[in-house]
Design a protein around this ligand. Structure first.
Ligand code: PEP
Ligand code: MG
Length: 894
């Protein structure tokens, strides 16, 4: 029979998988000789057995009994003994902490027979009866599913009958009576008596903790935190000690450093004459831990020396829970403590200074997600009103502004200096100008990977999406929520870190970390946090192998990216250069009748394209700028079909000539595609519309030559989108090379391709024959690899897929390593085999996402390219990936 039960003296901190985090650390403390009440842990393996079969594994309780006898021996009491009972706590604890998600049952072993024994030995009959009534309620609720309200109702009735305001004022007689009433409630709901056999209580409690792994809230929490569902929980069974036996007893929680700021020194709370749940329940206010020094100097000294020892041992911030029973200190829990992003950076740097860890390890102790959090401004919440609604925190930050319901007005108001929040049911690509103009974006539909969320994150714009309580009436220009109506022009504030939506304007504080990373403030010697961020990001730059470039298509974005540390532009999309007033020129191109008209239309576009490139080359002087030739289907630049149809119909009804609209409508009808993602776009467009790519190449060449003539060092590269086969690229290349050759004063201009069609990945060896570089377009590679289009599926069935656990995370958010990632690996390998000096990068959304960056490092890519705001995150994660690969230690951010 497998060994399912482990005494605390048998385990250790490295066994979290088997014993859960709590069990492993209790064992570690026991081995260190610290005063841990005796106990044992039932393994996660036993829980998995239970979850698979619905019954407790055979022989488990025999093992429990054997270990219980050891506990009795060591504690010098017998479980449930009527004279002086050993009582037990039964607590859940999986590999990853899931605070409050699973069950705990205290005072197991208390029965009608043993309450008097406990009362006599503790000298506190009231506390004994109080413990018993708590056990009946906790056991009834957790083990037998009795609704908590059934007990609470009785408790409230007793309080009012006794004429007291809180439970602490109930007398021993009240509590004795309440025990009888609770037993009746238990019987009424379960048809059985409250079990009077201590072992029976223990077995049932263990089983209930196993089952609590699958409560709705636990499943939801795991889904959110990406914790696998098949791990199971361990169960920790420990001798009860009591902090509520008088003024020389108490309970507390403490940290070895401040988990909010990272400042050194012991932090904690202490509550005299109380048990742990009293602290959690917030019934009484605890005092700062230093107070314990006055109350019980000996325990305080012992506690602080244990904490120093734990920190040395774990080489990190630890948090602990402890109880003092009549002057004797007991350690009930420890673990490497959770901390805020600011504390994570500060503590990692402190530990380096203290000689505890090396910089490499410090880098593994912080994450890109934490750095991201530190870069966004925050609300000053001291005077925040109640939120109107809470949505999904999709893109962090704090934004206030006037509510606007359409993109055009958002852009107009913003142009006059107004701060606006764009509110939509959901956004689509047409909303882009409004999204750019707005301080923040608020939607009532869609999840973390909705259009609004993805675009907002890419732009570093604050976004709350899926705030379903909002009833958005865009036509009426207002939204209503819980009886409040917010009209266009009213001010709201949205917090992209918490998802909250507030009425009115909340003051914000700018993020000093973002200011430092943008080069606005120096790091050195000013502030512990900035200093820590500086040291860790610089160390990441020293150790990383992956280059970090940015996706930017304006001079302003390029400049910002450079200040954030981008080493070039990995993707300059040119389609944004065809919007705004230039749409008219694109329309001319589309409607051109014959070569002459087309050439004239292209010639009209050329100067503005060239001017755009000049600005970008200036901002990125000396660094590579990868310009991608036009990608989207052309009709995206024309008015929507429905709008044109209506305009033409209106004109015809009035007997007027629809003029240009008629021609546009015909063009849109001609070009209309059922699925534009799979149609005439990318390189296909370049090959089908004569002169289009040539005009773009000419604009690049002329802009570069112009900059070079002014003494700058432009480094343009030309990238062709959506290539599926080598001949496509070869054709574009031949034309481009000819144009480049005609331009004087040009540096060499590498020509490469995006790999974003599965066929391209699978024929990468052939394509590498004509490409000097590859850049994986993982957005399209994901769409085409999975066979779904992002805009269609994210709102439709992704929530269901995520709910069903088919995805742990959306493949548009984090690279699907086994499918799309495999295409990346194949193309990298075969591309390099054909051309050993092939440069390979990635420029899809995944280029700025931490887990994906680690994958790209492992796959051997040369660089990642991401939005400017994510550049610091990518630098940090690329460094972490290099260290993690070297040491094959992965830091666990949970
Ligand atoms: C991609 O497909 O990953 C990519 C970067 O191109 P776009 O997102 O512009 O289609
Ligand atoms: Mg693409």
């Amino acid at each position: 029979m497998p060994k399912y039960v482990f005494d605390f003296i048998e385990g250790g901190k490295d066994l979290a998988e088997l014993l859960g985090g709590k069990g492993a650390n209790l064992a570690e403390m026991t081995r260190l000789g610290l005063p841990v009440p005796p106990g044992f842990t039932v393994s996660t393996e036993a829980c998995r057995g239970y979850l698979a079969t619905g019954t407790v594994p055979a022989g488990l309780f025999d093992q429990v009994n054997r270990h219980l006898r050891l506990v009795e021996d060591r504690f010098g009491k017998v479980f449930g003994d009527p004279r002086d009972p050993l009582l037990l706590s039964v607590r859940s604890g999986g590999k990853y902490s899931m605070p409050g998600m699973m069950e705990t049952i205290l005072d197991i072993g208390l029965t009608d027979a043993s309450v008097p024994g406990l009362a006599a030995c503790s000298g506190d009959p009231r506390a004994a009866w109080d413990s018993y009534r708590r056990l009946i309620a906790m056991f009834g609720r957790t083990v037998r599913g009795v609704p908590a309200e059934a007990f609470e109702r009785e408790l409230a009735a007793h309080r009012s009958h006794a004429g007291v305001a809180n439970d602490a004022e109930l007398t021993e007689a009240d509590l004795r009576h309440l025990v009888d009433v609770y037993k009746k409630v238990f019987h009424d709901h379960t048809g059985r008596d409250f079990p009077q056999a201590p072992h029976e209580q223990l077995y049932q409690a263990i089983e209930a903790v196993f089952a609590s792994w699958n409560t709705e809230r636990a499943v939801l929490y795991r889904r959110q935190e990406h914790i696998p569902h098949d791990l199971g929980t361990a169960v920790n069974v420990m001798a009860m000690v009591f902090g509520n036996l008088g003024p020389d007893s108490g309970t507390g929680v403490a940290f070895t450093r401040d988990p909010a700021t990272g400042a050194t020194g012991v932090y904690g709370d202490y509550l005299a004459n109380a048990q742990g749940e009293d602290v959690v329940a917030g019934i009484r206010t605890p005092v700062p831990l230093e107070e314990l020094e006055r109350l019980d100097a000996r325990s305080f000294a012992q506690l602080t020396s244990i904490m120093a020892m734990l920190e040395r041992h774990y080489r990190d911030l630890c948090d602990i829970e402890f109880t003092i029973e009549r002057g004797k200190l007991w350690m009930l829990q420890t673990r490497v403590g959770k901390r805020t992003p600011a504390a994570a950076f500060t503590i990692a740097a402190q530990l380096v200074d203290e000689g505890v860890i090396e910089l490499d390890e410090a880098l593994l102790r912080v994450t890109g997600a934490q750095l991201d959090q530190l870069m966004f401004p925050r609300f000053d919440r001291t005077a925040a009103p109640k939120p109107l609604a809470v949505g999904i925190p999709a893109s962090p930050g704090a934004a206030s502004g006037r509510v606007v319901f359409d993109a055009v007005r958002a852009a107009q108001w913003a142009a006059t200096g107004e701060r606006v929040i764009l509110v939509r049911r959901e956004t689509n690509p047409d909303d882009l100008p409004g999204m750019i103009a707005a301080q923040g974006i608020l939607t009532s539909r869609g999840g973390k990977t909705s259009h609004a969320a993805v675009v907002a994150r890419g732009m570093g714009r604050t976004c709350v999406c899926g705030a379903e309580a909002l009833d958005v009436d865009a036509t009426g220009r207002r939204f209503s929520v819980a009886g409040t109506v917010v009209s266009e022009g009213d001010v709201v504030s949205i917090d992209g870190t918490t998802g909250e939506v507030f009425p009115g304007e909340l003051p914000v504080r700018p993020s000093p970390v973002a200011r430092y990373l943008q080069g606005d403030v120096p790091a050195a010697g000013t502030d512990a946090l900035l200093d820590a961020v500086h040291r860790l990001v610089t160390h990441a730059d020293r150790v990383r192998r992956l280059g970090v470039q940015a996706n930017a298509d304006t001079g302003v974005d390029a400049g910002r990216a450079r200040r954030f540390g981008a080493e070039g532009i990995g993707l300059c999309r040119t389609e944004h250069m065809f919007l705004g007033e230039r749409r008219a020129l694109v329309e001319r191109l589309i409607l051109a009748d014959g070569d002459g008209e087309r050439a004239a239309a292209l010639a009209a576009l050329l100067p503005s394209q060239r001017a755009d490139f000049v600005q970008i080359f200036e901002a990125m002087d000396g660094l590579p700028v990868t310009v991608r030739l036009l990608d989207p289907p052309l009709h995206e630049f024309l008015p929507p079909l429905a709008e044109l149809t209506a305009r033409v119909a209106r004109a015809e009804a009035l007997g007027r000539d629809p003029g240009r609209d008629g021609a546009l409508l015909a063009a849109v009808r001609r070009m209309h595609e059922q699925n534009p993602m799979l149609g005439l776009r990318g390189v296909r467009l370049g090959l089908v519309i004569p002169g289009l790519f040539a005009m773009q190449v000419r604009a690049i060449a002329q802009a570069a030559a112009d900059c070079a003539a002014r003494g700058l060092s432009p480094r343009p590269e030309i990238m062709v989108p959506l290539v599926a086969t080598a001949p496509e690229l070869a054709a574009v290349r031949a034309e481009a090379e000819q144009i480049l050759a005609e331009t004087d004063g040009l540096p060499p201009v590498p020509i490469g391709t995006m790999i974003e069609v599965p066929r391209a990945a699978l024929t990468a060896g052939e394509i590498a024959g004509v490409a000097e570089f590859f850049s994986f377009g993982t957005n399209d590679l994901t769409q085409l690899g999975w066979g779904f289009s992002r805009d269609d599926v994210e709102g439709e069935f992704f929530p269901r897929y995520l709910g069903m656990g088919i995805f742990g995370v959306s493949p548009f958010e984090s690279i699907d390593t086994s499918g799309v990632g495999r295409l990346v690996r194949i193309a990298t390998e075969e591309g390099r085999a054909a051309r050993p000096d092939l440069r390979i990068g990635v420029c899809g959304e995944h280029g700025g996402e931490p887990d994906s960056i680690h994958f790209f490092h492992d796959a051997g890519l040369d660089y990642v390219s991401c939005s400017p705001f994510r550049v610091p995150v990518a630098r940090l994660e690329a460094g972490r990936a290099a260290v993690a690969a070297r040491t094959s230690t992965t830091s666990d951010s949970r």
